[in-house]
Design a protein around this ligand. Structure first.
Ligand code: AHR
Length: 492
């Protein structure tokens, strides 16, 4: 079979929500402390304690929304410990992540300032597992209430006159696990209770996100939608690509062709998960009002040798770029249900887009995929038909090509393509139906070796370059995709 792709340039009615390109930063390892927050007195150039190099890179990548403070950390976090004069803030133990001391220097004011500087939406996750309804209610009041009230007055005392705008609020994280080990039936009732007090003050409108399933826990989705679907705006889904087992996940840089294939296959499982959870949601919400919020996804490997096992620090190779490209194509293609996704985690943790070492910073191959794909943000999804040759390994097979396409407000069509094969190129015949194409340009991310990655010695080993491997003949575009590559084409 030949690889064929039909782009329906005159069809499409769904917007690719820019928040599909969202990120997640937890108080875990060196994500917040060092990765984002260095403090105002640091020799590392900063704005109000936040690293300038990181701000610049994340803005360039087009970060639309940032989830905080966890993760598992969220259900142990008591927000009142993180406001007021920093030297007086309570210290706590970060029991989930390495047992280190958390000095609470990065709290609500610092996070909201970060989002202001990034010009992105804040997405705060509240504490259901070990917090109270009152604590959650007061957090929202503290952040968003304009009038006179104990919390709004306290915010003013702490230096912030105006309320902030807060759109996204999560009612707990992984409450089936680290967030309280609850059963779906129990959490559904807790969700109903807690969300009652997550109030809309003044003009502020909160999009409430309920804790959703892990991976293929379809029972959780069924129960949450049945019992509380009408009280939520979003339901989360967590799924990580783990090439090995949870006990031996595999190395981020030392892997072979088989590991590569398994990683691609396990990533493509996201398609099945999103489809099946969406089908259950359709039963209770046929108009697709409730968004599926994939607020934790990405690769999870063994930590880098010699680093704290609780810090989840891993390198990021060309393999991770393909994982990002595949997942983002899946989310784009399901944009009628997927309203947000947040890769785990922004800096120095899991599939990070940025790594830091003291004052040094580098952009990972995953960063470059986000930057290349940002053209899809808020564009109209174009329906596609893809016929891909198989990529085989042993008796297992997956499609060799992954794709999605969108049209922006200026009429420009963008096609993102991943050739997931580790060594075979792919000739692809694209039919551009319903549009007249006059010019095509392209960018590619690839490298000589599948294990290639950026280091502090060689920070630009893997980076996007111009792509010319195509020929336009009227409504046909013949593309030659190199092995292990991510390509984005712009069609005028
Ligand atoms: O992202 C790391 C952890 O993975 C998060 O804290 C938790 O929600 C998930 O299990």
């Amino acid at each position: 079979m030949k690889n064929r792709l039909v782009i329906n340039g005159d069809l499409g009615s769904t917007t690719v929500n820019r928040n599909i390109y969202g990120h997640f930063s937890e108080h875990l390892g060196r994500c917040i402390y060092e990765g984002i927050w260095v403090g105002e007195d640091s020799p590392i150039p900063n704005t109000d304690g936040i690293r300038n190099d990181v701000l610049e890179a994340l803005k360039k990548m087009g970060i639309p929304v940032l989830r905080w403070p966890g993760g598992c950390f969220a259900d142990e976090y008591h927000w009142k410990d993180g406001v007021g004069p920093r030297e007086k803030r309570k210290k706590m133990i970060n029991t989930h992540w390495g047992g280190v001391v958390e000095n609470n220097h990065f709290g609500t004011h610092e996070f909201m300032r970060l989002c202001e500087l990034l010009e992105c939406e804040p997405y705060i996750c509240g504490n259901v597992g070990s917090g109270t309804v009152q604590e959650m209610q007061e957090w929202v009041e503290y952040i968003t209430f304009d009038g006179t009230s104990p919390m709004a007055d306290w915010r003013r005392e702490n230096g912030r006159e105006e309320p902030w705008r807060l759109n996204f609020f999560g009612v707990g994280n992984e409450n089936w696990g680290c967030g309280g080990n609850m059963r779906a039936e129990y959490y559904a009732d807790e969700y109903r209770r807690y969300q009652t007090y997550v109030r809309n003050y003044g003009e502020n409108r909160i999009y409430k996100i309920a804790c959703g399933p892990s991976t293929d826990d379809y029972h959780w989705t069924e129960v949450l939608m049945r019992e509380a679907g009408n009280m939520m705006d979003g339901l989360s889904l967590h799924y990580y690509t783990v090439p090995g087992t949870w006990q031996a996940k595999g190395s981020s840089t030392d892997f072979d062709e088989k590991d590569w294939f398994v990683t691609m296959k396990k990533t493509m499982y996201m398609e099945e998960l999103v489809t099946k959870h969406s089908t259950i949601m359709d039963k209770y919400d046929p108009d697709k009002r409730v968004g599926l919020i994939v607020d934790e996804w990405g690769t999870w490997y063994d930590v880098e040798p010699g680093t704290n096992p609780g810090f989840l620090y891993q390198q990021n190779t060309l393999r991770d770029a393909l994982v990002a490209g595949i997942n983002l194509n899946i989310f784009n293609n399901h944009a009628d249900r997927v309203q947000m996704a947040n890769i785990a985690q922004t800096i120095n943790v899991l599939q990070a887009v940025i790594l830091t070492e003291g004052e040094k910073m580098l952009k990972t191959p995953t960063y470059h995929v986000f930057e290349m794909y940002k053209v899809h943000q808020d564009a109209t999804l174009l329906p596609i038909d893809l016929y891909s040759e198989d990529y085989n390994s042993g008796d297992s097979s997956i499609p060799q090509i992954s794709s999605s396409a969108s049209k922006n407000k200026d009429g420009l069509i963008h096609i993102s393509l991943c050739n997931v094969h580790h060594e075979r190129s792919a000739a692809l015949d694209i039919e551009l139906r319903g549009t007249v194409a006059s010019k095509v340009t392209g960018r590619i991310l690839t490298s000589d070796d599948m294990r290639d990655h950026n280091t502090f010695q060689e920070p630009e080993k893997v980076q996007p370059t111009t792509f010319n491997g195509f020929k336009l003949e009227q409504d046909r575009l013949f593309v030659n995709l190199p092995p292990r590559s991510v390509v984005v084409l712009a069609v005028e």
